[in-house]
Design a protein around this ligand. Structure first.
Ligand code: PMP
Length: 288
């Protein structure tokens, strides 16, 4: 079956899907995006992803490409046409196409909208959950507005590639004071030595992950002790458990950081319990 993408009003073959060379996403990374999980034919946490998209657009003074109800119809149509049951959709909005100039284009320039979707392999995810992953730490080197989900991901790309070349799967940003920020495409959680679940506040310095927000609902349901509090590299290394959250990975255990083993080197029970309870708590929107 051939993949289908939505580009500016049309459903086209994925292989032919393209935007203009002067699209501001291509020229300036002047765009925002969302990635949302689909599980068992259900879109996970659609409202929170759409709320964050609206916020990203607002913060950058970009125009929404269409009303939310219409956008939801496009998303569901792309998922249907690609027969996605377990996978993701990807949505990108840019400030549109205009003659290259740093200043914003004329008011009324049509924003670009692209939506793609793909199936992912649940068995590959299950293997990650069973074995856990290795990560490296990297110094925080991103701009000050990582709370906006922009397509300007070059530092994240370099961090991930550095991880791969070091024999690890992912990277965690650490600021100059040794405070743990977030992963290159995920939020970081620990079960601290005293048993409290910690994730850093999301007011500034990280992206407020939708999965992170829903996980706070999950841990409340499970009555686990939790705090939104900064923690250090030392706290991370002495933690009982470390894990990542993201829409693509749900809740992924981390068993090694910079070559140092976390706890006994095996995924912990808290991340597993949270993962099990996640689908019950999350918002679920049927595709069909
Ligand atoms: N932080 C960063 C830098 C990310 O790229 C992502 C994933 N898009 C997240 C956190 C997790 O966000 P979410 O749970 O909404 O996928």
């Amino acid at each position: 079956m051939s993949r289908i993408a939505y580009v500016n009003g049309r459903y086209v073959a994925h292989a032919d899907a393209a935007v203009h060379v002067e699209d501001r996403g291509f020229q300036f990374a002047d765009g925002v995006y969302e990635v949302c999980e689909v599980r068992q034919g259900l879109i996970i946490d659609l409202t929170r992803h759409m709320d964050r998209l609206d916020r990203s657009l607002r913060e950058l003074r970009m125009t929404a490409p269409m009303a939310r109800t219409s956008l939801t119809l496009v998303i569901r149509e792309v998922l249907r046409r690609n027969r996605v049951r377990n996978g993701i959709f990807y949505l990108q909005v840019t400030r549109g196409t205009a003659r290259r100039d740093h200043f914003f284009p004329a008011a009324g320039t049509t924003p670009t909208l692209v939506v793609t979707a793909k199936n992912t392999d649940p068995a590959a995810m299950a293997r990650k959950y069973a074995s856990g992953i290795k990560v490296i730490t990297v110094p925080e080197n991103r701009w000050d507005r990582v709370d906006i989900k922009t397509v300007g991901l070059l530092p994240n790309v370099l961090a991930k590639q550095q991880a791969r070349e070091a024999g690890a799967q992912d990277a965690i940003y650490i600021d100059r004071n040794g405070i743990v920020m977030e992963g290159a495409s995920s939020n970081v959680w620990i079960v601290a030595a005293d048993g409290t679940l910690l994730t850093r506040p999301a007011e500034h310095g990280i992206l407020r992950g939708v999965t992170r927000t829903t996980l706070l609902d999950v841990v409340a349901r499970l009555r686990l002790s939790v705090a939104e509090r900064e923690f250090t590299m030392d706290d991370l290394l002495s933690a009982r458990e470390v894990f990542f959250t993201s829409a693509t990975g749900s809740c992924v255990p981390i068993v090694e950081v910079d070559g140092k083993t976390i706890a006994n080197g095996h995924p912990g029970s808290a991340s597993a319990a949270i993962r099990d309870a996640f689908l019950d708590v999350a918002e679920k929107t049927p595709i069909w």
